[in-house]
Design a protein around this ligand. Structure first.
Ligand SMILES: *[C@@H]1O[C@H](CO)[C@@H](O)[C@H](O)[C@H]1NC(C)=O
Ligand SMILES: *[C@@H]1O[C@H](CO)[C@@H](O)[C@H](O)[C@H]1NC(C)=O
Ligand SMILES: *[C@@H]1O[C@H](CO)[C@@H](O)[C@H](O)[C@H]1NC(C)=O
Length: 416
């Protein structure tokens, strides 16, 4: 069903002032920064990223897609992580005493901290090489939590699962003792082969982890250590980005931060956007309110179907790929000229966030290299609208735990 759309004609004015100055501006920094870099060398894979987003946020992957694109492993298990594995941002995190350095993806769309470990039973990649593992036996502070278990469900009914330890986790200069570390006994085949990804650390707003019985989440443990209960994300296209914890570094933004209240009823970082535009033949703001989940653990960006469709229908020779629920593709030669996507944030000042058009190019379709996948797709089959890394790479985003809100600003991009 197509939502009603009211179009307000307006001039696309440039970036305007923001509304609320960041609460901590001027205060000396207290907290830490984590550099995050992309996995090196792995080829981007649109189908997997698309499937991973559907698996995490939607109704799973249609059977015909599974067979068309060989997304099943040898055991018939769906071989896609809930986190798109080709374009995620990884930080070095220390666990245990003496510290063991693990490579961890930071995910604002989940709440578990799980890692490959000496408990992991490798079934697809028996000989290795493997990503750095957590070795609880080599840590003199690890303590097994009796009877605690965790599991993540895959769409075909199989599970990734494991056991739980309490141990010291160090991030930046902060030391969190007795923190739950979920040790994987079984992971999906693709994860076994990913040598640069030990596990995932979730920073969803208030989602409980999948540990039974319930155990404080990493965010619960971290919060008392932060002078200010905030963290921010500055991801970069094809470059090292940064998560800052405990302070807001406004020098990362090129304009003021505008704060949007997060939906208090949702455990996710869900905020409402209502005015969307793109530069192109028609300069209009589409008045269509939708709630979007801000998720660093999803590669792609998914807009409401009507908006996504209108954007791509303005790109000449656009094609949909019927194999993937009509995913949008476009001629690669137009990549540099794709329309910039804009969101006008609620508030009198009308702060406009801009995602440069070229950021919406995901890259060539394997069997049709003149055509490129759109990095922004329709959220029609998902239960929610997702703003993933394709969008976050263009922005500076702040998560405020105390005030339950998310701040947005533009930033200087060095690759345009
Ligand atoms: C940011 O906000 C301050 C005070 O609210 C205002 O003076 C300033 O012009 C704004 N800066 C930008 C770049 O919009
Ligand atoms: C545990 O390991 C740390 C780091 O190697 C060491 O400093 C500490 O003395 C050890 N503690 C015990 C109780 O063995
Ligand atoms: C990414 O950066 C590397 C090195 O800085 C460069 O060689 C490469 O062409 C870049 N890739 C893209 C897609 O911009």
């Amino acid at each position: 069903m197509r939502p009603p759309i009211i179009v307000f004609i307006s001039l696309l004015v440039g970036l305007t002032a923001a509304l609320v100055p960041p609460r901590l501006h001027g205060k000396s920094t207290s907290g830490f920064s984590l550099p995050v870099s992309k996995t090196q060398g792995s080829k981007r894979d649109f189908v997997r990223d698309w499937a991973a987003a559907r698996q995490k946020w939607g109704k799973g992957i249609p059977d015909d897609v599974l067979s068309t694109f060989s997304l099943l492993d040898d055991d018939g298990i769906v071989d896609v992580q809930p986190l798109g594995s080709d374009d995620i941002y990884i930080a070095d995190i220390q666990v245990g005493n003496p510290p063991q350095t693990l490579k961890i993806a930071i995910d604002t769309g989940s709440a578990d901290m799980w890692v490959q470990s000496s408990d992991t039973d490798y079934r697809a990649n028996i000989e290795g090489p493997w990503a750095p593992q957590y070795k609880p036996d080599a840590s003199n502070t690890s303590r097994r939590v009796d009877d605690a278990e965790w599991s993540v469900k895959y769409m075909d009914g199989t599970h990734a699962n494991g056991i739980v330890y309490l141990d010291t986790v160090r991030m930046g200069g902060i030391e969190l003792t007795d923190t739950a570390v979920q040790s994987a006994q079984i992971v999906a085949a693709r994860f076994e082969r990913e040598t640069e990804l030990s596990g995932i650390m979730g920073f969803a707003k208030s989602l409980p982890s999948n540990i039974e019985p319930p155990t404080p989440s990493l965010l619960d443990k971290l919060r008392p250590h932060l002078d200010a209960p905030v963290f921010s994300v500055d991801l970069r296209r094809n470059a090292t980005g940064t998560f800052d914890f405990g302070h807001v570094d406004t020098s990362r933004a090129s304009d003021n931060i505008t704060w949007l209240d997060a939906n208090p009823a949702s455990p996710h970082w869900d905020v409402t956007f209502d005015l969307t535009a793109w530069d192109g033949s028609r300069h209009v703001w589409w008045a269509h309110s939708f709630e979007a989940t801000i998720d660093t653990g999803t590669t792609l960006m998914f807009l409401p179907a009507s908006l996504a469709g209108m954007y791509w229908f303005e790109v000449p020779d656009m094609r949909v790929d019927p194999r993937l629920s009509n995913a949008f593709t476009f001629p690669c030669r137009l990549a540099e000229g794709l329309p910039d996507l804009m969101f006008k944030l609620p508030g009198e000042e009308g702060h406009v966030l801009t995602i440069p058009g070229p950021y919406l190019n995901y890259g060539p379709v394997d069997d049709d290299p003149e055509y490129c996948w759109g990095g922004m797709q329709s959220a029609e089959d998902l239960e929610v609208t997702i703003f993933g890394d394709v969008m976050l790479k263009a922005l500076f985003v702040v998560f405020d735990l105390e005030n339950n809100r998310v701040g947005f600003a533009n930033k200087d991009l060095d690759d345009e």
